[in-house]
Design a protein around this ligand. Structure first.
Ligand code: SF4
Ligand code: SF4
Length: 130
């Protein structure tokens, strides 16, 4: 098996509306590069996996009322987070959104720990549900 695509290899450049790239062109207006297309393809795979996870969780919940895959949830330390977006890209449940810093939707997080492992700043930890 050859090497697959790598997630979260480092902080990504985030261009906001109105900002320009180092080449002086608008951030998202340029023709999509191979990297952009790869990112879109990977995001589509994430959405597919998310849908499958939800379907499986629904099925398990149907036979085991009260089932939760984990009693852990991810929490972000806003003092350490630099808003790089890596966690948002790797979360299989789409539970993280990043503006200035990352925020976790506790109702979607299943405590898988992927974001914890990928965060370059060590800004995320898993904690037991209260
Ligand atoms: S929590 Fe970590 S991975 Fe997520 S945006 Fe902040 S620094 Fe990046
Ligand atoms: S622990 Fe898993 S499900 Fe929860 S926010 Fe992190 S990557 Fe997403």
């Amino acid at each position: 098996m050859g090497p697959g695509p790598r997630y979260g290899s480092g902080p990504r450049a985030r261009t906001r509306p109105g900002e320009t790239t180092s080449k002086g062109s608008p951030g998202r207006a340029a023709a999509p590069s191979d990297r952009d297309r790869e990112i879109q393809a990977l995001k589509q795979k994430v959405r597919t996996i998310e849908a499958r996870l939800r379907h499986l969780n629904d099925r398990i919940g149907g036979v085991e009322p009260g089932f939760r895959p984990s009693e852990l949830r991810a929490y972000v330390d806003p003092e350490r987070c630099v808003g790089c977006g890596t966690c948002e890209e790797v979360c299989p449940l789409g539970a993280i959104s990043v503006e200035e810093v990352a925020r976790v939707d506790q109702n979607r997080c299943i405590g898988c720990g992927t974001c914890v492992a990928q965060c370059p700043r060590g800004a995320i930890e898993l904690k037991s549900l209260p």
